[in-house]
Write a protein that binds this ligand. Structure first.
Ligand code: SF4
Length: 77
């Protein structure tokens, strides 16, 4: 089985651009306040979710390995 990622959106930072929903509609949705939330806490690792995190204009999305908690995105400096 492939990796699972734990997804978080920092709602204090999200500006509701909707880009993550465009990249990965299976993983993110905009709520009634036009802020993104993960549809599920953990998702299958994949390009679409990574593209969503990378494409967020305010870096509100973080990804970590679900089992170990190791940070996947943003990359550590
Ligand atoms: S791409 Fe970033 S700012 Fe835009 S809705 Fe998603 S989390 Fe929010």
């Amino acid at each position: 089985m492939g990796d699972r990622w734990h997804v978080e959106v920092d709602r204090g930072v999200c500006i509701g651009s909707g880009m993550c929903v465009n990249h990965a509609p299976g993983a993110f949705r905009l709520d009634s306040a036009r802020q993104s939330r993960p549809i599920e806490g953990d998702v299958d690792a994949g390009e679409a979710v990574l593209a969503a995190a990378e494409g967020c204009p305010v870096e509100a999305i973080s990804l970590a390995l679900a089992d170990s908690g190791e940070v996947v995105f943003p990359p550590e400096e």
